[in-house]
Design a binder for this molecule. Structure first.
Ligand SMILES: [Zn+2]
Ligand SMILES: [Zn+2]
Length: 240
């Protein structure tokens, strides 16, 4: 069993709130400097900077998991992580059809920049990615089966855009087994009211929007193997 030091929630410059220097190449270089084993690029409602990040990690020991921070119709943030880029980009295409389309105002929200595998800007996303989609929280389990991913409610103890803050309860048919936690004491309080959470495993990610805030080599995951597919399979089987 490998112990992989991780940060599975990082925003690139494609998220309007992400710093301009959060390019795929810079994120990979910073993660390598910090001696992380695995990162996930999780922009709001988009995976379009994942291909470049995966490319830049080639030749290093860093594993890049393609992902997205999906915003559901209830405005609940959910990390969606995939075992390969093809699945992630198919899901990206689907989510784009469900994004509530409002033009991005760069002066207010910030730029949404897409990089290619040569570290050049290859596109600007015109629609505001931090908007909600038409995807309900309850449909995510089925979608992850269809697209070969795993869904993890993001920052579950936060007062905004979390499952508990926005939905107010955990649906009976919920099937997630991991949660992202920012504050363990707040989370412990939630567990009292929502006993479902006692059976979930915890991820501590940075939710970084700037390079310096990417996790240090502090939190690790057990994994049977060192590929994105191995890690997603290990997450799905709930290894502790
Ligand atoms: Zn979020
Ligand atoms: Zn985030």
């Amino acid at each position: 069993m490998d112990r992989l030091y991780y940060d599975l929630h990082i925003h690139s410059c494609l998220s309007p709130c992400g710093d301009d220097d959060m390019t795929p190449a810079n994120i990979v270089n910073m993660a390598v400097l910090k001696e992380l084993d695995v990162i996930a690029i999780t922009d709001h409602n988009s995976s379009k900077n994942c291909p470049a990040a995966i490319e830049f990690a080639k030749g290093s020991d860093l594993i890049v998991i393609p992902g997205m921070e999906l915003c559901t119709i209830e405005e609940v943030h959910v990390l969606c992580l995939f075992s390969n880029i093809d699945n992630a980009m198919r899901f990206d295409e689907y989510v784009y059809t469900k994004l509530i389309k409002v033009s991005n105002n760069e002066d207010i929200f910030g730029k949404q920049v897409i990089y290619d595998k040569k570290d050049c800007i290859c596109g600007i996303e015109p629609y505001l990615l931090i908007n909600a989609t038409e995807i309900s929280f309850q449909s995510i389990g089925r979608l992850m089966l269809e697209y070969g991913g795993i869904a993890i409610p993001a920052h579950i103890d936060k007062a905004t855009n979390s499952l508990i803050s926005n939905l107010g309860f955990i649906p009976n048919e919920a099937d997630f087994i991991w949660v992202e936690v920012t504050n363990k004491e707040e989370f412990n309080q939630l567990c009292v009211v929502n006993p479902y959470l006692n059976n979930c495993s915890i991820l501590y990610n940075s939710d970084a929007h700037s390079l310096g805030l990417i996790n240090e080599r502090e939190h690790y995951l057990p994994s049977k193997g060192r590929t994105a597919e191995d890690i997603i399979n290990s997450l799905k089987t709930h290894l502790l």
